[in-house]
Design a protein around this ligand. Structure first.
Ligand code: KIV
Ligand code: ZN
Length: 511
């Protein structure tokens, strides 16, 4: 009998801490539904005390998700723990994840607390959490740089107070696999009652070893891995869910445990997270990169054709490549459209929203012969945007770009319900369009990143554009999709501006 390895997904919390990756409630719900379909055991849906919006998003996810445990993060303070407790109340299975830093550098400089005070607060936080649920996780932030004797003391105290999962984070991505494995071995041997709780690992990727460290922890007794889709997360990101899951599945000869993940849902989850957050997946990324299963060299192709396993250790279809179904076409009706959205876990709030999305689908089907699930995801993303507070909306765009001429753009935008137009020259049609928009709205934002991806293959595919904008220390990602790249770019720019406008104050859990 193999042990169960619990997959704790924190895309909606640690992943959301990536610059510009903040998501709306609707976007979080769409991702949560896909995570449930993927079979993750625990969804960390957010940090309830961050803002009323975060609280609402966790609560909504707790109401909808039935098969996965829904968790909220909470600092070890009474207010945070109670907010988390209220947010997860509707959940069929709810968890509170409370944490406090235990390294000297964090305790002295950030918390300004003595070790005794930290132990006392940790115990208290677990006790508050137990008033709401009997599924309580405790994390020792910066465990990697914490004194092992102190960790043993804190973990012993919180287990006695009722913690059921003990998470050991490498908050700053500092460890290496052999040391991380040893740390688990020692903790499991020395902490009293270690066998009564689940041990968890949470690794960041600053030295590119988050997955390797997580797996070393698993080899030494960890039975929960905290990870994110595409390895999204603060700085260099978190351990990537798809890599952890596929390593354990592919090397079942060495791992003493297995997950309940439906691996065919990995690629759809990756694409959804990438499109919602605006973080593209690098082509050579393991498992979910576009080249992960592409055999370029003639020798490899020959080998794969003769006997697949010569060069393939996993099958593309097992992780959900080729799962992109040709779903709908020009003649598909409104009911077929609604049904397919439902199958994808997308529920538009009103009939008006469905009608608007269906009209755009028909429009797209006129331009593109085959419509895939990814096209539908991008299409409804627009619908969720328009349901959210939207100051600017693209009405009209005309660009002129020809050899030997200066590119020129004419743009009309609905600015809080009023149509405004402007024209500008630029280095190219996209630059001209952005300059025309900027001359109208004068946002003063700085363009940090501009990237274009094909949603599906072919020259008639929709282009998905991401722009990262910064203003006053705040960073947002704007997205737009269209079969015309310049139109997708203008939509992405306006989407970014809309996000900059909807300024919501949010607390960062670790600052
Ligand atoms: O990296 C970290 O230490 C965290 C904790 C809040 C678990 O994200
Ligand atoms: Zn983290």
């Amino acid at each position: 009998m193999q042990d169960k390895l619990i997959i704790f997904d924190t895309t909606l919390r640690d992943g959301e801490q990536s610059p510009g990756a903040a998501m709306t409630k609707e976007e979080k719900i769409r991702i949560a539904r896909q995570l449930e379909k993927l079979g993750v055991d625990v969804i960390e849906a957010g940090f309830a005390a961050a803002s009323p919006g975060d609280f609402e998003a966790i609560r909504a996810i707790a109401e909808i998700i039935k098969d996965s445990t829904v968790c909220s993060l909470a600092r070890a303070s009474e207010n945070d723990v109670r907010r988390a407790g209220e947010a997860i109340k509707p959940a069929k299975k709810g968890r509170i994840h409370t944490f406090i830093a235990t390294s000297p550098i964090h305790m002295e400089n950030k918390l300004r607390m003595t070790p005794d005070q930290v132990v006392e607060r940790a115990v208290q936080a677990v006790k508050w959490a137990r008033e709401y649920t009997d599924d309580v996780e405790f994390s020792a932030e910066d465990a990697v740089r914490s004194d092992i004797d102190f960790l043993v003391r804190v973990f012993d105290a919180v287990i006695q107070a009722g913690a059921t999962t003990i998470n050991v984070p490498d908050t700053v991505g500092y460890s290496i696999p052999a040391l991380w494995g040893d740390r688990f071995k020692e903790l499991l041997a020395r902490v009293p009652n270690a066998g009564k709780v689940v041990w968890s690992t949470h690794c960041h990727n600053d030295l590119g070893m988050a997955v390797a460290n997580s797996l070393a922890a698993v080899m030494n007794g960890a039975r929960q891995v905290e990870c994110t889709i595409n390895g999204l997360g603060e700085r260099a990101g978190n351990a990537s869910l798809e890599e952890v899951v596929m390593a354990v599945k592919t090397r079942k000869d060495i791992f003493p445990c297995d997950t309940r993940i439906d691996t065919t849902q990995i690629v759809p989850a990756s694409k959804l997270v990438s499109s919602i957050t605006g973080y593209p997946v690098q082509p050579n990324k393991a498992i979910v990169g576009a080249n992960a299963f592409a055999h370029e060299s003639g020798i490899h192709q020959d080998g794969v054709l003769k006997h697949r396993e010569t060069y393939e250790i996993m099958r593309a279809e097992d992780v959900g490549w080729n799962a992109n179904k040709l779903t709908l076409g020009k003649l598909s009706g409104r009911n077929a459209f609604r049904t397919r959205l439902k199958e994808l876990g997308i529920e538009l709030e009103s009939e008006d929203a469905l009608n608007a999305a269906f009209a755009r689908f028909k429009d797209l089907a006129d331009k593109k012969s085959e419509i895939f699930d990814e096209d539908l995801q991008a299409l409804v993303s627009d619908e969720f945007v328009s349901e959210a507070s939207e100051n600017y909306k693209l009405v009209y765009l005309n660009v002129c770009s020809q050899t030997g001429e200066i590119p020129h753009a004419k743009v009309t935008v609905l600015d809080n319900g009023v149509e405004r137009s402007a024209e500008a020259n630029g280095g190219g049609p996209v630059d001209a369009s952005f300059k025309a928009i900027e001359s109208m709205v004068q946002s003063g934002s700085e363009l940090l990143l501009y990237s274009v991806n094909n949603i599906t293959s072919g020259t008639d595919a929709q282009g998905e554009v991401t722009v990262r904008l910064a203003r006053g220390g705040r960073i947002v990602n704007g997205q737009g999709a269209d079969t015309g790249i310049v139109i997708a770019s203008a939509k992405a720019y306006l989407n970014g501006l809309n996000k900059l406008h909807s300024r919501l104050e949010r607390a960062h859990p670790q600052v």
